[in-house]
Design a protein around this ligand. Structure first.
Ligand code: C2O
Ligand code: CU
Length: 713
């Protein structure tokens, strides 16, 4: 860690900053004209004066603010061209925003999280839903400790995307990040049918949106409904708050017949670090990290578990094991936790885990019966459970009914199942220990909140309910894979059992391995790292993928469905899915003791088989098969030292990542991609809007201008 970085981490909350450059950018979705123009604000001359003043005030206490401001001064002097004015303007806005602290009331948007938006659920009318996302660095204290966050429109969780199935979503993302950081946004669980370039994965489907630039994502929600989320998909940026909910309504959603849902609420939960994600990442990837000096590859444990963006933290004398500096962070003890208001009827809680490292077990005190009705956007026959195990990226909708509860409030708890993680990290997090490895929020039936729920979002009320027998299952697995039954039944996609096996069939294995002094994660023979100046998508366009000799670099592989990297660099592993609309089968073998949450882009997969040990050459004697109406989802837990077999149809040409959703593991190489129907993909890219294609390619600074092959003529 460089000195500059640690200084920037120690930057005090700049309560003495006086300018207020950013209006509340909460977006009225019905009226996009109401978005106040960023352009207008950028050219406000008063702003500039205030900035100069601020620079003097702050110059002794921080390195960050003056640095940005000097840049913009220099920029002003040098720039005469029109293009430069825009660049200056962006830098100016970015420099304003980083210095501007966010209060908890702005950070956490209760109207959206309580889904009290007045949204009209309807079918048959395709609407365009437009959003504008200003991505900024801001200082905020979600747990009382001030940290540098990455926010969308000043919020974390970011603004709600709420649509009906069939709608078109259009999101203009403006990158106002400081420090030269690029970013992308991925729409987790949304299929991106025929729009793989809108998938938002840096190095795979696009190059990062450079600072000062904008990119507009646009995609249709086709035959999907339920609970989804979006997050940055560039390095570990989502760790610092860059995520938000996506709710897809459908009047034809299949719900248990006797249910009348009176209200819906989002419960977004996940670990959060006092330290800045990028600093943790840098340390994590070294032979020796701050928190585990003698063992490479040990993940940082979160300091707190946020629920809807908040975590109470009152003991500022406790220090974080992963904090990178000897000076403690600024801490204002905060007892605030989120309060979810209940109604008189049944409430649907939409649970989402946005963690970077751990799964969470969700419970509500005095509510031993939670009824699961949706898993990752798939409606399932009701399953009643005492608690819900959510791995990273997974979503569950549960029904909670108040019938037996008196007025009052009950704790909602998101607890780390300790045995799944603590045995593998040779240190403790004293802060996390002080809260029992648990995040808490309140579920309130108090009459005050029954009618005007929006009047307060967070509460300093102590938790009065007790859950003395809180029994956290320690088996580190999802619900038994055979238990959830999708209500839209689909039998397992049939596998063509010919020899040689279908080219859409793959077996992969993953393991942690020492690579010199550092520890990396290998899938088959490759530890992935993202391409810096191009993407797999663009690189795939100029290659010929021959089904028989599957390789462009004289390295023929005897297994046609197996490992190779075609013409991609050696740290990319691209598996081909050439057979259109045929079944894809992928066996994922874990050679690691820990559980790992695997997420597939572009598809919802069926879980058709599982068992201990490895699945090789098409089988394992200990495999359990479930072919009748197997559960479907987009993120599953692979238990330690075992295998899971998934299937889906090759019906969506594109370049799709399959990876562990532990942010640290992804960065240590735990990712592969499927190149689905490369020739159809080339056609799609050929036919896409050329201006979008050229804009996206222009973000790849190392990219040569595209050959006219992919150009419309
Ligand atoms: Cu939630 Cu590849 O991501
Ligand atoms: Cu992992």
């Amino acid at each position: 860690m460089s000195g500059t970085d640690s200084q920037s981490l120690l930057r005090p909350p700049a309560s003495n900053i006086i300018f207020d450059s950013e209006k509340d950018r909460g977006l009225d979705r019905a009226d996009t004209d109401s978005i106040s123009s960023v352009e207008d604000e950028k050219h406000d001359p008063d702003e500039y004066v205030k900035l100069q003043t601020t620079e003097q005030e702050l110059s002794t206490s921080t390195d960050q603010q003056p640095k940005v401001t000097k840049e913009h001064l220099a920029c002003q002097r040098i720039c005469l061209g029109f293009g430069c004015i825009f660049l200056c303007a962006f830098i100016l806005v970015a420099s304003c925003l980083i210095g501007h602290d966010i209060s908890l009331d702005k950070l956490v948007n209760i109207t959206e999280l309580n889904l009290e938006t007045g949204f009209k659920v309807e079918a048959g009318k395709q609407r365009l839903r437009e959003y504008e996302f200003d991505v900024t660095h801001r200082w905020a204290a979600p747990s009382g400790v001030w940290k540098k966050m990455m926010l969308v429109n000043g919020q974390s969780p970011g603004p709600l995307i709420e649509v009906n199935t069939g709608d078109i979503v259009r999101v203009k993302v403006n990158n106002y990040l400081s420090g030269g950081e690029s970013t992308t946004i991925h729409w987790h669980g949304i299929h991106q049918r025929n729009t793989t370039w809108m998938d938002g994965v840096a190095g795979i489907s696009q190059c990062g949106i450079p600072p000062g630039k904008s990119f507009t994502y646009e995609f249709e929600i086709i035959d999907q409904r339920g609970t989804f989320w979006y997050h940055a998909h560039s390095k570990v940026q989502y760790t610092d708050g860059l995520y938000g909910p996506i709710i897809v309504h459908d009047p034809d959603e299949k719900l248990p017949s006797d249910t009348d849902i009176a209200a819906e609420r989002i419960v977004f939960m996940g670990g959060s670090f006092h330290a800045y994600g990028e600093d943790l990442l840098e340390s994590y990837l070294q032979p020796s990290s701050k928190w585990a000096p003698s063992m490479p590859g040990v993940e940082p444990l979160p300091d707190v578990i946020l629920i809807n963006g908040l975590a109470p933290f009152t003991n500022c004398s406790l220090t974080s094991s992963t904090w990178p500096s000897s000076k403690p962070p600024i801490c204002d003890p905060s007892p605030r936790r989120y309060m979810t208001p209940m109604t008189n009827g049944t409430t649907r809680l939409r649970l989402i885990n946005h963690s970077s490292f751990t799964s969470l077990y969700f419970t509500i005190d005095s509510h031993p019966h939670l009824t699961i009705i949706e898993i990752d956007g798939v409606e399932v026959a009701p399953i009643t459970v005492p608690g819900v195990y959510l791995n990273i990226g997974q979503r569950y909708s549960i029904l909670v009914s108040p019938t037996h509860h008196p007025a009052g409030s009950f704790a909602m708890r998101a607890t780390i199942p300790k045995s799944c993680f603590l045995p593998y990290v040779p240190y403790t997090s004293s802060i996390l220990e002080s809260v029992n490895h648990q995040g808490t929020a309140l579920l309130s039936y108090s009459p005050d909140h029954l009618n005007s729920s929006s009047s307060s979002s967070s509460s300093v009320l102590p938790i009065t309910s007790q859950n003395p027998n809180l029994n956290i299952p320690q088996n580190c697995t999802d619900l038994p894979f055979s238990l959830p039954v999708p209500l839209r039944a689909i039998p397992a996609y049939p596998l063509d059992e010919t020899h040689p096996p279908s080219k859409n069939t793959h077996e992969i294995n993953f393991q942690f391995q020492q690579a010199g002094p550092v520890n990396r994660i290998f899938i088959n023979r490759t530890s992935y790292s993202p391409l810096p100046n191009t993407t797999q998508l663009w690189l795939s366009l100029s290659q010929t993928f021959d089904d028989n000799n599957n390789n462009n670099n004289n390295n023929p592989d005897p297994d046609p469905g197996g490992y190779n990297n075609y013409g991609f660099p050696l740290n990319q592993q691209v598996l081909l899915l050439p057979e259109a609309d045929k079944t894809v089968q992928v066996a994922i073998n874990s050679r690691d003791v820990m559980e790992h949450p695997f997420h597939l882009h572009g598809h919802t997969f069926q879980i058709v088989a599982w068992g201990p040990g490895e699945f090789t050459a098409g089988s394992n004697p200990n495999t359990t098969w479930n072919l009748e109406n197997p559960m479907r989802r987009d993120t599953l837990t692979i238990p330690g030292l075992s295998h899971v077999v998934i299937r889906f149809l090759a019906d969506n040409p594109g370049i799709w990542a399959l990876h562990c959703h532990v942010a640290w593991h992804m960065e240590a190489g735990m990712l592969i991609t499927f190149l689905e129907r490369p020739n159809d993909l080339k056609r799609l890219v050929h036919d896409m809007d050329p201006s979008i294609r050229e804009l996206s390619r222009s973000f790849c600074s190392g990219e040569k201008p595209p050959k006219t092959k992919s150009q419309k003529t």
